[in-house]
Design a binder for this molecule. Sequence first.
Ligand SMILES: [Fe+2]
Ligand SMILES: [Fe+2]
Length: 370
Amino acid sequence: MKILRIKMTVCLLGLFILFGGSTAFAASSFKFAVIADPHMSVAGQKSPENGSKMFKDSVQLLQSTIKEINQTEGIDFVVALGDLTKDAEPWNVDRFKEVMDDLTAPYYVVLGNHDISPVDTNKAARSPGVTRATMIWTFQGHGYNGPKTHWSVDPLPNIHLIGLDSTRTGDWDGRITQEGLSFLERDLASNPNKPTIVLLHHQLTAYCDSAVNGENDFDKFVTRNAGDVLKVLRKHPQVVMTMSGHRHISTRYKKDNHIALFTCPSTMTWPMRYCIFEVDGKKISYNTYDVPCSSSVLSEAKENMMNAKWWHPKGEHPMTQEGNNKFKKFMLSSGTMSGEVRFAPETKNIIADRMGTEFYGQSTSVALIK
Ligand SMILES: [Fe+2]
Ligand SMILES: [Fe+2]
């Protein structure tokens, strides 16, 4: 009887692998797509207009991104890194969700500074934006599970995703509250052996001089207490990477100890891009893609960005011929469209246990995965 059962298991396993069973069980890698700063904007109190943010085209840009992600083979899940809407207007929240619901893979969201109404400032009277609580309830099941603003979920068995809320009411800068830091510490401590990706809208490091010296308020791109967040993350070798939006520049990362701190491009400001990441037992690989759009939308987006004064801090990217060329290179960042980050040894040990082909996809893995 025992032998028969073993034979049946081997046979079923063979069929499972032959017919491409679930990625979670049989694959030694996983793949996910990243959408940042879609700033959804439809006609509400007034019609959306294009500037450096291409509000008028924001729906079409997100739709064509989603269409292309749906056509990409093997996407396990999708993350959206905040600034989902223009300014949390209820009609934009609804439309964003409708468009995202066309994704064939599950998706997870975090909030950006544009997704919460400044309810307790003087702007409240002018803002039609919904509150943070309304956003959280709208996106239940997309990371959020109950009223908490920070969340964690396993999108695949033993792969862990944490969503932090870095927004604060009344300003566009960001910080993680003490409650958020405690949640992060607790959650990482209770999931020690799962490769983990942390999502938050604001960046954990600066990618330009102005974000350090604060010209044009660019220091508001970086989480105010990024140091406190990193202090927690550094203690946990299972943290593979963090992902942020907010900065509206093409893909970049910086290594901090064993962690790759990524920032991802907006789908609706030039150069309008999205990313696909793949993680295997040894490394993270990523590719950045242009959002499909007409040449007229692309050239309008570029012209608008090149003419938008605020995006060109004088000290770093003055609006001179030389400064503009430097700015173009900085925004396009052709050298960082794709790349690989190899894991530090302490992280690799965890990943190998969880995803290495020596365990994953074999019958023994069932026992090994807790
Ligand atoms: Fe944004
Ligand atoms: Fe933002």
